[in-house]
Design a protein around this ligand. Structure first.
Ligand SMILES: Cc1cc2nc3c(=O)[nH]c(=O)nc-3n(C[C@H](O)[C@H](O)[C@H](O)COP(=O)(O)OP(=O)(O)OC[C@H]3O[C@@H](n4cnc5c(N)ncnc54)[C@H](O)[C@@H]3O)c2cc1C
Length: 152
């Protein structure tokens, strides 16, 4: 099971990479697309979404770096790797969905990458232990206990 502490960091990295690619595309798109005579980027509501996505991306990146740096010569800890994975799994879903929204019909169309990213973003929160299981790990680390899911 300790090998999963390492695998979670790989899953976090995939979530981060996927979210970053969605973010890079949408940042480009909102500066190209014009609506109501202005770039989408000129609307404050759009700026707030971009800021929220940027903060969450950076937070996920730092949680991943912490898990890896704290591992030193060994494996990452259960708490660090579960927190990084869980946060990145939720973050990538949010970033991909918000990016799809900001790309309007193009975001939804299967002809472009964003629709595929939204689907993929849900996979990482299932693979390697679902988001709910990571939260149980985190609560266990906070409380200093392991919760056996097979017992009521
Ligand atoms: C993209 C992808 C790649 C994968 N790669 C691999 C792989 O390489 N190797 C491998 O062995 N497996 C792999 N899997 C399988 C993955 O590990 C399982 O899908 C995952 O563990 C969830 O198991 P399940 O699908 O049977 O869902 P279930 O166990 O039926 O759970 C369904 C949902 O119920 C909830 N849930 C279940 N149990 C609890 C609980 N105790 N507490 C709270 N909520 C709970 C969660 O929300 C969970 O998502 C992959 C899955 C995906 C989607």
């Amino acid at each position: 099971m300790e090998a999963f502490d390492l695998e979670r960091c790989g899953n976090t990295t995939m979530s981060l990479g996927l979210a970053q690619s969605a973010f890079d595309d949408v940042v480009r798109y909102i500066q190209e697309r014009r609506a109501f005579g202005r770039e989408l980027a000129d609307f404050q509501a759009v700026q707030l979404k971009i800021a929220e996505m940027a903060m969450k991306l950076e937070a996920a990146r730092l949680l991943l770096y912490r898990a890896v740096v704290n591992a030193a010569d060994g494996l990452p800890s259960l708490a660090d790797s579960s927190i990084a994975k869980c946060y990145a799994n939720e973050m990538v879903r949010e970033v991909c969905i918000q990016s799809m929204q900001l790309m309007g019909g193009y975001g939804y169309s299967t002809e472009y990458d964003m629709e595929h990213r939204v689907r993929d973003s849900f996979g990482w929160g299932l693979a390697g232990g679902a988001i709910d299981i990571q939260k149980i790990n985190i609560a266990g680390a906070v409380l200093g206990r392991r919760f056996d899911q097979r017992r009521a």
